[in-house]
Design a protein around this ligand. Structure first.
Ligand code: TA6
Length: 264
């Protein structure tokens, strides 16, 4: 296992290499996983090269952490503040049975008048055999209840979305075709999900999260920080708790994880 800090296109990041040679790189801004290269040397996450890493806009690619609001489902900034906040790397936790990196974000009630709650979030990013596991934990450190949405907005490299399929989100093993644009919240889906695409075969397992969001904007969408044809290269499959917001009593904890496992 090897850990190093680095500047990635002007943005501070931490990189972890696992025993099999797989690597994961995480930006301190947003604790955003920006790259996961598997043990065969293949990048598994999509990132738009038109999206600067050093802010101030959210980075399009990798795994933005969505918290405490999903999309425009509330009064806050779109997708919440976690993805553009500076997280702290806790280097003491880098070693362990499964190599991992831990990041922490503390939020004080006065910082966001539209969400006046004290809480502490951690994101743990672990290299597991043939996979990557990300765990978001939230601790209500205040003295009043709080409510939030959370999602791991995972941009998966697929090579050609129109030739990709996803099983597990539709009932009775029905296969979801991705030939058309999609932006859908699948509620109460336990998974696992199987993504099969020209670039990637991945199984996705979530725990703690209740829902999944599947998004691809399609060819017609105009997205300033996405290159021409970029839409075809990724599919977002997001472990999410959105349909029913998570409620946390004072002092209570919640956690949700998503594991991406390479499949044959
Ligand atoms: O998670 C899907 C979604 O909410 C889509 O509606 C789409 O707009 C996407 O997120 C990207 O949002 P962003 O704010 O990063 O442009």
């Amino acid at each position: 296992m090897h850990v190093q800090t680095l500047m990635m296109e002007g943005a501070p990041a931490v990189q972890l290499q696992g025993p099999a040679g797989d690597t994961v790189t995480v930006l301190l801004r947003g604790a955003q996983v920006i790259s996961w290269v598997d043990a065969t040397g293949v990048e598994r996450l999509y990132r738009s090269l038109l999206s600067p890493l050093d802010g101030p806009q959210p980075v399009r690619g990798g795994v933005p952490v969505i918290f405490p609001q999903f999309s425009g489902r509330g009064p806050m900034v779109r997708h919440g503040f976690a993805r553009t906040s500076l997280w702290e790397w806790l280097p003491a936790d880098a070693a362990g049975a499964e190599p991992q990196l831990v990041f922490r974000m503390q939020h004080a009630a006065h910082e966001t008048p539209l969400w006046p709650h004290d809480c502490a979030c951690t994101l743990t990013v672990a290299l597991v055999p043939a996979g990557l596991r990300m765990t978001l934990a939230v601790h209500n450190t205040g003295n009043s209840p709080l409510s939030f949405h959370a999602a791991l907005h995972t941009y998966l490299e697929v090579g050609d979305v129109a030739r990709s399929t996803l099983t597990g989100v539709l009932p009775q093993g029905e296969v979801l075709s991705l030939a058309e644009p999609i932006d859908h919240l699948f509620e109460s889906v336990p998974g696992p999900f199987a993504l099969r695409s020209p670039a990637s075969a991945l199984d996705l397992v979530h725990e703690g999260f209740t829902d999944a969001v599947v998004w691809n904007p399609g060819q017609q969408a105009v997205i300033a920080d996405l290159p021409a044809g970029g839409y075809a290269r990724f599919l977002c499959v997001e472990a999410a708790s959105v349909g029913v917001p998570v409620q946390l009593a004072p002092g209570a904890h919640w956690q949700g994880s998503q594991c991406l496992v390479t499949a044959a």
